[in-house]
Ligand binder design. Structure first.
Ligand code: SF4
Ligand code: FES
Length: 249
């Protein structure tokens, strides 16, 4: 396949940025999208240019690093797929493909397609954990019965990989889908109950501090989420937040 890539280039957070065009030839339909990008960078390096910066790590859909807009869609045209799991057979010979970074003020561009998502880390640090007494007399987690349905819902929430597609897709740059998944994975389990009220309050507070927008129930986040995180998590987080605030009064 021969393709034309239009790629966002930006030298740093203060640079205005611009689109650059790169033709790539002999792309195999069996290549992953990132392998095709590696090929493009190889060509750029051989011609003495500066390769395009983009994040990647596991290349198997679990780390959430390979975040980019492909033809205006987070992680590209396929549903339930991260960019690293996208293959070139999803495109046609002669296609022009536009590649851009996440766009949200809470995710400033570091360089080209790489953005700073440490705002997510700070939301997790504010409350996305459970405190466990490791005195040696700790109850084995497996000894605490959890109803199957609840365990399944907690596991589904825990599959969020923190990629940020929900934020980048949302017209308000809301992080509610991400934060609600991280709140729910604990709120649904017995181990998450002692800190349930303070956790949701702290995480929502940090989310607001980071400059993420609010949810207006459009649902675009859930459509573009590669892990199928459900909107019902947002409803759970809102309920928990209201109950926690009522407890304080
Ligand atoms: S909720 Fe989905 S889109 Fe948002 S960070 Fe988690 S996995 Fe990515
Ligand atoms: S590189 Fe890890 S999810 Fe894509």
């Amino acid at each position: 396949m021969d393709l034309t890539l239009k790629v966002w280039r930006q030298n740093g957070p203060q640079d205005a940025g611009r689109m650059e065009t790169y033709p790539v030839s002999d792309v195999s339909p069996d290549m992953s999208f990132l392998e095709m990008m590696d090929m493009m960078n190889d060509q750029i390096i051989r011609s003495g240019g500066d390769p395009v910066a983009f994040d990647h790590d596991c290349r198997e859909g679990i780390c959430g690093m390979c975040s980019m807009f492909i033809n205006g869609e987070a992680h590209g045209p396929n549903r339930g797929t991260t960019t690293c799991q996208l293959h070139m057979r999803s495109f046609k010979d002669g296609d022009t493909i536009t590649i851009e970074p996440w766009r949200a003020s809470a995710f400033p561009v570091v360089k080209d397609l790489a953005v700073d998502r440490s705002s997510f880390d700070r939301v997790i640090q504010s409350g996305g954990y459970i405190s466990v007494n490791t005195s040696g007399e700790t109850l084995d987690a497996n000894a605490i019965p959890v109803p199957k349905g609840q365990a399944d819902d907690a596991f589904s929430a825990a599959t969020c990989i923190g990629c940020g597609a929900c934020v980048a897709t949302c017209k308000n740059a809301s992080a509610m889908l991400f934060v609600s998944a991280k709140v729910s994975q604990f709120a649904l389990l017995p181990q998450g109950q002692p800190e349930r009220a303070t956790r949701v309050q702290r995480m929502v507070e940090q989310m607001d501090k980071e400059g993420f927008g609010n949810c207006t129930n459009t649902g675009a986040c859930a459509v573009e989420c590669p892990k199928g995180i459900d909107l019902s998590n947002i409803a759970r987080m809102n309920r928990d937040y209201l109950s926690a605030s009522a407890l304080e009064e």
